[in-house]
Design a protein around this ligand. Structure first.
Ligand SMILES: *Cc1c(COP(=O)(O)O)cnc(C)c1O
Length: 361
């Protein structure tokens, strides 16, 4: 039922994004997998019930699995996928996690910790020696690279080797990089997690999550959890995400090119004290020299850029992250996260520069 990545593995990622997860080529077969609305199936087959499987999920799982190089399971949201992975941790197990991981992930860990389910050890993910030390005795090492919104980078191969030495599983939240810019399973990482809500679906109209692994036993355990808990995607959402995935390479290329050009120009702007960019991807974090009020002013002043949370859509958006109470106190008050979309970069620049000009001292 799940994808065997081998038939497509000789193809390049852009071709996989377009070709994987299609119906067999037979006369009059549709080119696209239809949306199957089904809560139950005629008895005697492999699926039986809507919570256990759906052909539209399978098409998306085949495509995303082929892109990451593993077997995929889709979920109702990114956080449903995160919760399913954290559920692998045994009672009182220890989880190593970047202190600047996505706030929802941090909040889930804090909730589980407060109920005595596990302990979470926050680390500076750029301090590889400290992370390697923290792996000792851990059950799970959670990586997010780049982190959201600090844009720090983890040394994934070194940390993964140390975690495996210590007998811990390693998971990478690959939402920011996408499988086009980073394939953690090739570095021996056990699990990749996605908020498909972001780049994979790409149009700010779907909430979905995914887990990808090469480990058949882990896949079976996670599938069992999804069957039982029911954090399943809707067939229409799966179809929309697969439709979005068909242009993932074009969108990521354009967002990244726009982001790189904006970073070049932003470096000079007197309203900014810092521009953070890891060198790849479409997310840029800028820090307003005048702090919180200037950042809020910027968010209100743009006309092309939309003031909204979330990221990875075709449209450019921005927000001051500390407007959320749950955001880490170590993220600067005046940090604005830019999700660079696929518009014409000159319009993005003119709009942003005009707004920034109004935020100088
Ligand atoms: C948004 C996000 C999530 C959560 O995904 P949802 O689809 O909103 O549940 C997890 N990780 C990262 C890095 C994210 O940006």
């Amino acid at each position: 039922m799940a994808a065997d990545p081998s038939p497509t593995s000789s193809l390049r990622p852009g071709t996989i994004a377009v070709t994987a997860g299609r119906p067999d080529r037979e006369p009059d077969a549709p080119l696209n997998t239809p949306i199957t609305m089904a809560a139950t199936y005629v008895a005697g087959g492999e699926v039986e019930y809507g919570r256990y499987g759906n052909p539209t999920w399978t098409a998306l799982e085949d495509a995303l699995g082929a892109l990451e190089g593993g077997r995929c399971l889709t979920f109702a949201s990114g956080l449903a996928a995160v919760a399913t992975v954290l559920d692998l941790v045994g009672k009182e197990g220890r989880v190593v996690v970047p202190k600047h991981a996505y706030t929802g992930t941090i909040m889930q860990l804090a909730d589980l910790e407060s109920r005595g389910r596990l302990t979470a050890e926050m680390v500076d993910i750029t301090d590889t020696d400290a992370v390697v030390k923290a792996c000792d005795g851990a059950a799970l090492v959670w990586l997010e690279s780049p982190t959201n919104p600090a844009l720090e980078i983890a040394d994934i191969p070194t940390i993964t080797a140390a975690a495996h030495e210590a007998g811990a599983y390693v998971v990478v939240d690959n939402t920011f990089a996408t499988p086009l810019l980073q394939r953690p399973l090739e570095d021996d990482v056990d699990l990749v997690v996605h908020s498909a809500t972001k780049y994979l679906a790409g149009h700010s109209d779907v909430q979905m999550g995914a887990i990808v692994t090469r480990d058949d036993e882990l896949w079976t355990v996670l599938k069992g959890r999804r069957d039982l808990v029911g954090a399943i995607p809707g067939p229409f959402e799966a179809w929309l995400t697969l439709r979005g995935l068909r242009t993932l390479h074009l969108r990521v290329e354009r967002s990244q090119a726009n982001a790189q050009e904006l970073v070049r120009r932003l470096g000079e702007h007197p309203a900014l004290s810092e521009v953070r960019y890891p060198g790849f991807g479409g997310i840029v974090s800028i820090v307003l020299a005048q702090g919180e009020m200037a950042a809020d002013l910027l968010s209100r002043k743009t006309r092309v850029w939309v003031h909204a949370t979330s990221l990875g859509g075709v449209e450019s958006s921005l927000e001051r992250r500390r407007r959320w109470k749950a955001e880490a106190a170590t993220i600067p008050d005046g940090l604005v996260r830019l999700s660079v979309g696929i518009e014409d970069v000159e319009d993005l620049w003119e709009d942003l520069r005009a707004a920034l000009d109004g935020c100088v001292g």
